[in-house]
Design a protein around this ligand. Sequence first.
Ligand SMILES: N[C@@H](CCC(=O)N[C@@H](CS)C(=O)NCC(=O)O)C(=O)O
Length: 237
Amino acid sequence: MSDSQPKMILWQTVPCWGAPSTSPFCIKLETWLRMAKIPYQARVLNRPPRSATGKVPYIERSDGSLLADSGAIIEALTAEHGVTLDEGLDARSQALQTAVTRMLEDHFYWVIAWDRWIIDAHWAQTRVAYFGALPWPMSTLVPAVLRGPMRRALHGQGFGRLTSEAILERTRRDLAALAELVGDGTAVLDRRSSVDAIAYAFLVAARCPPWNGPLQQAVAARPNLMAYCEAIERDYW
Ligand SMILES: N[C@@H](CCC(=O)N[C@@H](CS)C(=O)NCC(=O)O)C(=O)O
């Protein structure tokens, strides 16, 4: 594709703490686009998302059509662009991909949310990093309004009812599982595949905040996962 051709737009949240977005789902999709060598233009959303789900990330194709949900986008773009990242994976590898995806997106994600939004000392920094650029009084009102729903979401999910130690124990198990799968290699499976975009994104999101809390320490305690992230960064970023 020549530079003059319109590129697909990746709508996402602001870069934060050295990561390309506040959202692990946005980091996942952007990493995957790089792995798949699909040209895109990343844009930061400064209004509510126009996606059907009301969430980020979403893409805007050159014909103006929108598509939401990182997983659905990857599936659609894989078909549209003939992406071969997951081609030829056997049934066991596909099963592992599904299991790791669910662990990170539906379990580990909530640890990241809890770490950033619920722990008061961390929230003081999250609030500024996420919303500090908004004009006053939005910079104060928006975080105050959004923290309640996040608390309720964590209560519904279950972490909101657990002690910090119980949450961290589960986190360490997720990381142990991932560390076992990655081993000394640079892929979750025997070779690079789409699930590496997910593993990288969620590890980066967990380790990037500027505080050195128990979550960041739990990631740092897995040198092979740190080396894995460095390898993905070196190869795609
Ligand atoms: N399943 C979605 C999850 C995306 C998601 O949860 N995005 C969050 C940011 S990390 C969001 O947009 N939250 C806003 C909201 O829930 O209203 C995906 O894979 O894209």
